[in-house]
Design a protein around this ligand. Sequence first.
Ligand SMILES: [Zn+2]
Length: 147
Amino acid sequence: MQTQYSILEPLDTSLDCSPSREPPPAPAPLPGAPVNNDAPPRVHVPESITCRTCGAIGAPVVGPGAGQHVARALCRACGAFVTWLSRYSPEEKHERRRLAGWQAMCGKEATPAQLAYLHALGYRGDPPANRAAASALIDQLQQQRRL
Ligand SMILES: [Zn+2]
């Protein structure tokens, strides 16, 4: 069964892809704090790690980074390397990935599959401005179908 949406409110196809959606800049150093370009970069340290060498579980010792890695986590008990550390928490990493994906979709035209699916969902309006707008429109139409 096809559902027509012509009687509904016009859908918002103008999604905000402006630069304001970019991740916020790194926080500025506190006023009065010494400016030191050699200061160690921000690093997210997990509360607890498990050492594969000795099996100890606990807070890591933060060691120096290398190349692209900002720091390393070392076992507090035996000193063995456990894992590389990121400057971002898992939540921040997820958010950054989501934002990057969104921005990539903003720069591309809607796919033929998206347009076909929109048509199948009963959408007969102007083609969405980009891939992200098409995705949001599909979500919106699917939600309306479920109502
Ligand atoms: Zn260990």
